[in-house]
Design a protein around this ligand. Structure first.
Ligand SMILES: Nc1nc2c(c(=O)[nH]1)N[C@@H](CN(C=O)c1ccc(C(=O)N[C@@H](CCC(=O)O)C(=O)O)cc1)CN2
Ligand SMILES: NCC(=O)N[C@@H]1O[C@H](COP(=O)([O-])[O-])[C@@H](O)[C@H]1O
Length: 192
């Protein structure tokens, strides 16, 4: 299973997937990284792991479709079977959705459908809910509306700070994402 990683930021989930492959917990090949942010720390993580990387902000292309077509050519050049979003902060459009039907997966730091969007952890924290969690889902044309693959909940202690909640959420993500991807691969749901 050839996986293309998409990320925009720190890359702790990318690093967790790299480590899972190295430790034999994820039976896949991480064939490339796509990043929209030239300043993202994830770029160095991919370089350390010798993962070919495309850094391409949408602003570098004349329009969004051209941006996706450039990305698609890069994915095809690396024989990509599955796209795994790991903190990718751009909306995936029709070009990639049609090229990879039911083969684009995202991780989101809330119990969807609660708290969709780019600030799931902070939104749950500020809402004062008793629990939140992590969702892994297929990506469709909506935002965080795709079929749910896996979820894990987390009780929010009353005295917890936002930083403590973020750390607890990330700890779940770094364990859950490799495990959920491995289950999908083992179940053959991701036939090549
Ligand atoms: N088609 C889909 N694309 C993406 C999904 C999805 O479910 N369907 N998940 C998102 C992740 N995400 C949060 O859940 C998210 C990321 C980005 C945006 C957004 O509005 N991005 C803007 C640009 C923002 C910026 O310039 O900083 C954009 O892409 O125009 C919303 C939600 C990943 N993609
Ligand atoms: N809407 C999607 C979203 O909010 N994704 C979230 O971005 C973070 C990326 O962290 P990382 O760069 O350290 O992996 C993760 O918490 C991920 O769930």
């Amino acid at each position: 299973m050839n996986i293309a990683l998409f990320a925009s930021g720190t890359g702790s989930n990318v690093q967790a997937l790299i480590t899972a492959v190295e430790e034999g917990r994820l039976d896949a090949t991480l064939v490339c990284l796509v990043c929209d942010n030239p300043q993202a720390a994830v770029i160095d993580k991919a370089q350390q792991a010798q993962i070919p990387t495309l850094v391409l902000p949408p602003s570098a292309c004349p329009h969004r479709q051209a941006w996706e077509e450039h990305i698609l050519a890069f994915l095809q050049a690396h024989q990509t079977d599955l796209i795994v979003l790991a903190g990718f902060m751009r909306i995936i459009g029709d070009t990639l959705l049609e090229a990879y039907p039911k083969r684009i997966i995202n991780i989101h730091p809330s119990l969807l459908p609660e708290f969709p969007g780019r600030h799931g952890i902070q939104d749950a924290y500020e809402a004062g809910v008793a629990q939140t969690g992590v969702t892994i889902h297929f990506v469709d044309a909506g935002i965080d509306t795709g079929e749910i693959i896996a979820q894990e909940s987390l009780a929010i202690p009353q005295e917890a700070t936002l930083a403590e909640l973020e750390a607890a959420i990330h700890a779940i993500e770094h364990r859950l994402y490799p495990a959920a991807l491995q289950t999908l691969i083992e179940k053959g749901k991701m036939d090549k």
